[in-house]
Design a protein around this ligand. Structure first.
Ligand SMILES: NC(=O)c1ccc[n+]([C@@H]2O[C@H](COP(=O)([O-])OP(=O)(O)OC[C@H]3O[C@@H](n4cnc5c(N)ncnc54)[C@H](O)[C@@H]3O)[C@@H](O)[C@H]2O)c1
Length: 358
């Protein structure tokens, strides 16, 4: 394990990125900019990856095994298609190398469980790429929900936007396992678990009527939390809508910002709009209630740092042993279970307890 002091003589940790498509390229570029990181190489079987590697001045390999034969690495970022996460992560973990695995951790919860067990035996650390948790806005929302809303009663989430036809050009994005539930809503599910606590039951219906793809385009979900709170979540990737974390957070420079709120948390003492962090509550003498004017407090957090960059810096500290993963393999598995429960409920027409899914 590299130590903190080695940064004086050069970059602290050696990282490789596996899969350099849309998100992998961003990871690689962040690695190039991070003083504590040395990007030792990239892995991607695609021809175009060679040019990207040459532009960065790093080695290009077609498999992780080939890279590991040539280089010593301390951490591997896995940003290949989700269906490959399990096998690629297993190669890294069996070499004792820590991994930052893009979300969802795997396609099946059972695959995630295998990775958790394997990492325990080799000492490798797993950090799952639910980058939103690193965003200061999310951390502030969690504090407000925990300390200022009273008892949480309900939460309402909208995730609706329009993915253009070009998004679906890579064939894997049209196949089961790559629809908006596993690809996008897994982030919202993880965020809900982070802010509201564990999900105890999921009831859902899906539709695939907007395009001629196998994967769903629309889903409606009813959630129950262990705390007793209830939640609803609408997901749709086929509607021209401004309400989704992706468009409202400004996290992705490729997506124009729409300043709308896509989450609402309801507690016994107040309600919170998110991500703008508008806190609504009664500040009146006498009996609070709907006959009184309700006040809005602005708790907006102005984010200077990029959540992906903060995630990478955290990954470095996980590798050096300074911090435990903010999103561990178990955590990624639980978020996957709750997300898979949406698919399971939609298929069976029954409510599903996520912890029963393996
Ligand atoms: N955290 C986020 O915000 C975020 C955003 C987008 C995607 N993702 C996740 O990242 C992963 C990749 O998504 P994407 O949109 O970048 O996909 P993409 O299709 O744009 O890129 C995938 C890349 O992996 C490469 N690849 C294919 N087989 C490989 C192999 N065996 N070894 C190494 N590389 C291989 C492909 O050639 C391609 O370059 C998915 O799991 C997705 O859910 C996360």
């Amino acid at each position: 394990m590299p130590s903190r002091t080695s940064s004086a003589s050069g970059p602290l940790v050696r990282i490789a990125v596996v899969g350099t498509g849309a998100i992998g390229r961003r990871h690689a570029l962040f690695c190039m900019e991070e003083p504590d990181v040395s990007l030792v190489g990239i892995v991607d079987p695609a021809e175009s990856a060679g040019g990207f590697a040459a532009d960065l001045g790093v080695d290009h390999h077609r498999s992780l095994d080939a890279l590991l034969e040539r280089h010593k690495v301390d951490g591997i970022i896995i940003a290949a298609p989700t269906q490959l996460h399990r096998d690629i992560a297993m190669v890294a973990i069996s070499h004792g190398v820590s991994v930052l695995i893009e979300k969802p951790i795997t396609v099946l919860p059972a695959e995630a469980a295998e990775l958790v067990v394997a990492a325990r035996s080799t000492g490798a650390k797993i950090l799952v790429g639910h980058h939103r948790r690193h965003n200061p806005v999310v951390q502030r929302a969690r504090e407000i929900v925990t300390h200022e809303l009273g008892r949480l009663l309900a939460v309402n989430v909208l995730w609706a936007l329009l993915k253009p036809p070009s998004y679906f050009e890579p064939d894997w994005r049209r196949r089961i396992g790559a629809g908006p539930i596993l690809t996008n809503l897994v982030h919202d599910v993880d965020l809900l678990r982070y802010i509201c606590g564990e999900i105890s039951s999921v009831t859902a219906q899906t539709k695939a009527s907007a395009r001629s793809h196998d994967v769903e385009d629309t889903v409606a979900v009813l959630l129950a939390f262990e705390s007793g709170a209830l939640g609803t979540l609408i997901g749709c990737d086929a509607s021209p809508s401004p309400w989704s974390w992706d468009l409202n957070s400004g996290e992705n420079p490729l997506l124009p910002l729409s300043r709308e709120n896509s989450y609402r948390f309801f507690g016994t003492e107040g309600a919170l709009e998110f991500p703008d962090l508008h806190l609504w509550r009664y500040r009146v003498d006498g009996e609070p209630g709907w006959t009184q004017p309700i006040s809005r407090e602005n708790r907006t957090v102005h984010v200077a740092a990029d959540a992906y960059r903060l995630q990478l810096q955290h990954f470095v500290r996980v590798i050096t042993g300074e911090e435990e993963p903010l999103v561990s393999g178990e955590d990624g598995m639980r978020s996957l279970q709750a997300t898979a429960a949406i698919l399971e409920s939609a298929m069976t027409g029954r409510s599903v307890d996520p912890s029963r899914l393996t």
